[in-house]
Design a protein around this ligand. Structure first.
Ligand code: SF4
Ligand code: SF4
Length: 141
């Protein structure tokens, strides 16, 4: 089983395509929507965890791209300012996916973008304001 958290950006001109049904029926994929901001007749953003066999996953991504959806790894929208981070570890207590964790015995706080769901819990927990989740919101205005 292969699983990855991805962001889907829908163009304003997106035609009504049954993508949920197709991901399930044609590619045998399951998904869990973590965040959705869709405005009628404007660009939209959906963050989801997409799971299935690796080959089907890749075919499903190609299908989404073929209907005009931009697909990215969501971790690319989350950044840690290494100059501000002082390795306190507070963020690891709230991160629900294990993207932030402590490597022992060094006690170094590791950020694994590939596990990040962009939930923004760490943004609120970080005393140094080192974590930033920045979707390209200009797309949504
Ligand atoms: S946004 Fe922060 S708390 Fe949420 S999954 Fe990503 S690293 Fe973890
Ligand atoms: S809470 Fe902030 S300062 Fe502390 S380890 Fe996490 S990112 Fe670094």
């Amino acid at each position: 089983m292969y699983s990855k958290i991805v962001s889907l950006r829908f163009p304003a001109t997106f035609v009504n395509e049954p993508i949920s049904a197709n991901l399930i029926r044609k590619f045998d994929l399951t998904f869990n929507i973590l965040k959705a901001t869709i405005y009628p007749r404007k660009e939209g953003l959906v963050v989801m965890e997409l799971s299935g066999r690796r080959k089907n996953f890749q075919r499903g991504i190609r299908y989404l791209q073929s209907v005009g959806i931009k697909v990215e790894s969501v971790g690319e929208d989350v950044k840690r300012d290494e100059d501000k981070c002082f390795q306190c570890g507070a963020c690891t207590a709230v991160c629900p996916t294990g993207a932030l964790s402590i490597r022992r015995p060094e006690m170094e706080v590791i950020f694994d973008k590939s596990k990040c769901s962009a939930c923004e819990m760490c943004v609120m927990a970080c005393p140094a304001h080192a974590m930033e989740v920045k979707f390209d919101r200009t797309l949504l205005d």
